[in-house]
Design a protein around this ligand. Structure first.
Ligand code: AMP
Ligand code: MG
Length: 349
C-alpha cells in the first residue's frame, strides 16, 4: 500500500480543503487515515464499521481486546456513539470538550463491536484540534482512533513518527505539525455519583475537581495485582528499543548509575530535564525541558524517547518527576515505558 501524505500546516478553510476532503473520502470508503489531535496523532477509521476497524488493529498490531476511543466533532454526533449519559458526564462534556478527556458511556447500537472490543461501553471524546474536527465532520461519522503508532511503541507527536511506524500500512497521514499536549487523553468513568480516572492524561485530577466533587483514581492504577477497568492499561506501552530505567535518587546517584553501566561496556543514554543535563555526563543526552515546566516535559517525552531508537544506546536512564498535575500522566507513561523498572538509592545502597 502506498501511504499518501497531506500537509495542512497553516490552512484556513479546513473543511473546504481538498486534502482533508480526500482523506475523509478514504475514511468513508472504509480505509484508515492518521490525523493530528491536541494529544497525540490518531489512527482513524469509521467507528461504525467492523471491516474498517479491523484495519486499525492490523496496521498497529494492537491486541484485539483493547478497545478504541471514539472521536466526535459535535455534541449532535454524541447519540451516534453513546446510548445514554448522566448529569455528571454532561457536566464534564460542558467543561472539557473539546479537549483531552475521554468519557466511558453505554455504547450506541451504531458503534461496531470491534471498536469496543466486545464491551457494552464506549470511550468518547471530542478532540480540540481543528484538523481532527474538520476530518470527522467531513467523514460524517464518529471516528475510532487509537494513537497512530505500532503497538507498544511511544505515541507519535508529529507526522514523521507516524510515517516511521506505519508507512505502507495505512492509506494516508495528514500532517498538521507537532501536537500540543504530547500525552494521551484522560479516560474517566462517571457513575455512582463520582468520577473514576481509569487512565491519567491531558486533563488533571484537580481540573476534574473544579467541576465534580468526588474524583478518584481506579485502584488498579495504584495496586499492581488488580485488573484495571481500562483494558489497555495492562499492556506494555510507550517503550523505546533499549531497556529504560527510572532513577530515583540525587545527581550523584544518577551519575554513579551511568558510570556503572558504562563500566559494564554499555552505551548509556539519559532522558533528563535541562537542569540535570548540565550536571551529568553520558553517551547520549536527551533534554525534555525545564523541570519546573512539567507541561513542556510531557510534550517532549515521546519525541525524545523515540529519538533513542536512532542511536546506538544499550540502556536508557531517565529522571523522575513529581506526581502532580500533568505529572500524574507523565509518571504513568514513564513507568509503563520502563516496565516499572526503578533504580532507587535507598533500596540499593
Ligand atoms: P489508546 O487508543 O492507545 O489511546 O488507548 C485507549 C485507552 O482507553 C485504553 O487504555 C483503553 O483500554 C481505554 N478504553 C477505551 N474504551 C474503553 C472502555 N469502553 N472502557 C474502558 N476503557 C476504555
Ligand atoms: Mg496508544
Amino acid at each position: 500500500m502506498i501511504t499518501r501524505k497531506w500537509n495542512v500546516h497553516n490552512v484556513d478553510n479546513l473543511t473546504g480543503h481538498q486534502d482533508i476532503v480526500e482523506a475523509a473520502m478514504w475514511i468513508k470508503d472504509g480505509e484508515v487515515v492518521a490525523f493530528p489531535t491536541e494529544t497525540v496523532y490518531g489512527l482513524g477509521a469509521n467507528a461504525c464499521s467492523n471491516e474498517a476497524i479491523e484495519k486499525i488493529f492490523e496496521a498497529k498490531g494492537r491486541p484485539s481486546d483493547n478497545p478504541l476511543i471514539v472521536h466526535i466533532s459535535s455534541r449532535e454526533q454524541l447519540p451516534l456513539a453513546a446510548s445514554d449519559w448522566n448529569e455528571i458526564a454532561e457536566k464534564l462534556m460542558d467543561a472539557f470538550w473539546p479537549g483531552p478527556l475521554t468519557i466511558v458511556l453505554p455504547k450506541s447500537k451504531y458503534i461496531a463491536e470491534k471498536t469496543t472490543a466486545g464491551l457494552d461501553t464506549v470511550g468518547v471524546r471530542m478532540p480540540d484540534h481543528p484538523v481532527a474536527l474538520a476530518l470527522i465532520e467531513l467523514a460524517g461519522t464518529p471516528l475510532a482512533a487509537p494513537s497512530a503508532n505500532r503497538s507498544g511503541k511511544p505515541s507519535p507527536t508529529n507526522a514523521e513518527h507516524v510515517f516511521y511506524d506505519l508507512n505502507g500500512r495505512i492509506k494516508g497521514i495528514i500532517d498538521g505539525g507537532a501536537t500540543g499536549v504530547g500525552l494521551e487523553s484522560t479516560v474517566v468513568e462517571a457513575s455512582g455519583g463520582k468520577v473514576t480516572i481509569l487512565r491519567p492524561g491531558g486533563i488533571t485530577k484537580s481540573q476534574l475537581e473544579t467541576v465534580v466533587e468526588n474524583v478518584e483514581l481506579d485502584r488498579a492504577l495504584l495496586e499492581e495485582n488488580l485488573v484495571p477497568k481500562s483494558p489497555g492499561m495492562k499492556y506494555t506501552h510507550y517503550a523505546p528499543n533499549a531497556p529504560l530505567y527510572l532513577i530515583n535518587g540525587d545527581r550523584t546517584f544518577f551519575q554513579d548509575k551511568i558510570n556503572q553501566y558504562q563500566n559494564d561496556g554499555q552505551t548509556v543514554g539519559i532522558l533528563v530535564s535541562d537542569e540535570l543535563a548540565g550536571q551529568l555526563t553520558a553517551d547520549e543526552v536527551r533534554m525534555v525541558g525545564p523541570s519546573d515546566q512539567i507541561e513542556k516535559v510531557a510534550q517532549q517525552l515521546y519525541n525524545q524517547l523515540r529519538s533513542f531508537d536512532d542511536s546506538s544506546v544499550g540502556v536508557i536512564l531517565a529522571e523522575m518527576y513529581p506526581v502532580e498535575g500533568i505529572g500524574e500522566a507523565l509518571m504513568n507513561r514513564l513507568l509503563k515505558a520502563a516496565g516499572n523498572k526503578v533504580l532507587s538509592k535507598n533500596r540499593q545502597e
